[in-house]
Design a protein around this ligand. Structure first.
Ligand SMILES: [Zn+2]
Length: 277
């Protein structure tokens, strides 16, 4: 609980900062704290937003904040073991719970990423279940981060792995020219696809029968994340022996770490948390 509160206050600072900077350009500012005070599990809150690409900064190293922005490098991976707490995720007939397996996978993914020089921030360490918004807020408070959510599916050919990126989001902006919280992923979709294809390529080399390229889907967790963001889904909880899944963990960890390292040079990171790529 302490952790969640700390994460919330950190992300609040980041979002307020973004909102304040944006307010210097477009007034009036939306109430920045609203969404973070909503009960966990509520969806599509109003409030925090990210500057719009219509502001003139999209797709370049320039930013709405002009000289205040310096470029840094991608150095953080926010790792999200999905589900947890009262939400076990997918369950196999053999008693395998997705929420437990992804936590075990996360340990190995983390280690592989750290060996590549990345700092890893996890959205949960144990059997908690932060809300979708809490998890996105953890990512949105970072500067120079990518986001990876880990799932074990109940479908698909056992022994394969798929990467999903969010399907196209209409570039909606609010009356302040800002991108609403639930469209935060929109400016990052191209980068997410680049990152996703790299990880999927490494997964396909390791796990025969996996697709060659990332697929698109409507993924709630990715939609509110203002960073290059992918979902990695492993098949499946239907295996009789969980050792079959455990054996996949090193290959999945290696593919994510190599994908992040390969993606790093193509991502010029804005200096402001939550700002545009
Ligand atoms: Zn899942």
């Amino acid at each position: 609980m302490k952790n969640i509160i700390r994460i919330k206050s950190v992300s609040l600072i980041g979002l307020v900062y973004v909102a304040l900077l944006a307010a210097a350009m477009v007034a009036p500012s939306p109430a920045p704290s609203q969404a973070l005070h909503q009960a966990p599990g509520t969806s599509t809150p109003p409030g925090p937003s990210v500057p719009s690409p219509q502001g003139g900064a999209a797709g370049s190293a320039a930013s709405p904040f002009g000289a205040q922005t310096q470029q840094g490098g991608l150095n953080i991976v926010v790792l999200d073991p999905a589900h947890g707490g009262t939400d076990p995720g997918a369950r196999g007939t053999g008693g395998i719970r997705e929420s437990e397996i992804v936590l075990d996978f996360a340990i190995q993914v983390r280690r592989a990423l750290e060996l590549q020089g990345f700092q890893v921030v996890q959205t949960r360490q144990g059997n908690e279940n932060p809300s979708f918004d809490d998890r996105s807020a953890t990512a949105n408070a970072q500067r120079g981060a990518v986001f990876v959510t880990l799932h074990i599916s109940s479908t698909g050919l056992p022994g394969t792995a798929r990467v999903y990126v969010n399907s196209d989001l209409p570039p909606v902006t609010d009356s302040n020219g800002m991108i609403p919280w639930d469209r935060a992923q929109a400016p990052f979709l191209v980068l997410s696809r680049t990152f996703g294809n790299l990880v999927q390529g490494f997964l396909a080399q390791r796990f025969k029968g996996s697709p060659d390229a990332a697929q698109t889907a409507s993924v709630r967790q990715l939609r509110t994340t203002a960073a290059p963001a992918i979902a990695v889904e492993i098949s499946s909880v239907t295996v009789d022996d969980r050792a079959d899944l455990d054996r996949m963990a090193p290959g999945v960890a290696d593919a994510i770490a190599r994908g992040a390292a390969a993606f790093k040079p193509s991502y010029v990171v804005p200096n402001t948390p939550g700002a545009l790529p």
